[in-house]
Design a protein around this ligand. Structure first.
Ligand code: ZN
Length: 327
């Protein structure tokens, strides 16, 4: 009996960490620094166009096909970059990050910095850097099951009437119902490069998908980074996917955000290749072990909703009871 209990547990662990990830932290850091070398990259800027071309060139250099998904928002030309491998776009797993940066460092403690644009080493370049390194290291037979998406116009919310998450909203609007039903999971990387990286569980994310990734990270010895604690609900590029009933997970440093968030201090010096490496290694292992599995990740309402519903029923019952008593 004891043996029976031990075998499934150890075989599960062995299956998950049998694969040795190829992801290279310094290589991802190179992509982070290169993006920052273009300067701040707000939507519609020349810097962002140069960065977009760098993303496309890097992807195509590793054999991926790319397309620009152009759209206009508030009279500004924007473009998501989409990459797939093989003859057609039919991936079941999506991996995304935003590559634009915030036009104002409005969270900077120094008022003179608040009107200046953010360099976005962590907030923008870090997730993009992990995706670019992933394009190099993913095994060939896994690639056709993965689509890489680089979102524009994520991070200008609240400035000059702009919304957040404009690029990802547009991306989901363009999906057909057949495409939506064939996608098993969407993983978003946002602010994954801080040298003191700390990842709590973002609470909009699909819990079953998050459970699988967090338990994989723990099996790989990274539970100090992928912390098993509930964080907060973040309006981020995974949100439009969730609204379309696509299982989605946001891997984001939050609760609180890093101290450099939306400040002039969001520079490469505050990021580390070790942080990029850990996130890249876990996500690569997830993609490889899940490739071809067509795993379904059921969505469950967060506990919060159950408490809310029970609360409403409770209050309603009390009102009815009081009324009946008076009558
Ligand atoms: Zn941001």
């Amino acid at each position: 009996m004891l043996l029976l209990l031990i075998i499934p547990l150890s075989s599960r662990t062995a299956l998950q960490i049998d694969y040795v990830a190829e992801f290279n932290g310094p290589s991802a850091m190179f992509h982070l620094v290169t993006q920052c070398d273009f300067g701040p990259r707000p939507p519609g800027s020349d810097n962002l166009s140069l960065c977009r071309q760098y993303i496309v060139d890097t992807l195509e250099g590793h054999g991926w096909d790319t397309m620009l998904q152009n759209f206009t928002y508030e009279d500004v030309s924007c473009a998501n970059v989409i990459a797939w491998y093989g003859p057609s776009r039919n991936a079941t797993m999506l991996l995304g990050a935003h590559y634009d940066t915030r036009p104002r460092a409005d969270n900077d403690p120094d008022p003179t910095n608040q009107s200046r644009p953010v360099l976005g080493a962590n907030d923008g370049a870090s997730g993009t850097a992990v995706l670019l390194e992933m394009a190099r290291v993913l095994p060939i037979d896994v690639r056709d099951d993965v689509e890489l998406i680089f979102f524009d116009a994520e991070d200008s919310g609240g400035i000059s009437g702009w919304n957040w998450i404009v690029g990802s909203t547009y991306y989901v609007e363009q999906l057909s119902s057949d495409q939506i039903s064939s996608i098993c999971s969407m993983i978003l990387l946002d602010m994954v490069g801080d040298s003191e990286l700390r990842l709590q569980r973002e609470t909009y994310s699909t819990r079953s998908l998050q459970d699988m990734l967090w338990s994989l990270a723990a099996d790989m010895g990274y539970s100090d980074i992928f912390q098993n604690s509930l964080g907060a609900a973040i309006l981020d590029d995974h949100h439009p996917f969730l609204e379309a009933q696509i299982p989605a997970l946001d891997i984001i440093h939050h609760n609180p955000f890093p101290s450099t968030w939306h400040t002039a201090g969001d520079t490469p010096e505050r990021c580390s290749d070790e942080s990029l490496h850990i996130v890249g290694e876990v996500v690569e292992t997830f993609l490889v072990t899940q490739s071809g599995m067509n795993t379904t990740f059921p969505s469950a309402f967060p506990v919060f909703y159950y408490v809310l519903v029970l609360g409403v029923i409770g209050v309603a019952s009390l009102l009815v009871y009081t009324r009946l008593k008076k009558g």
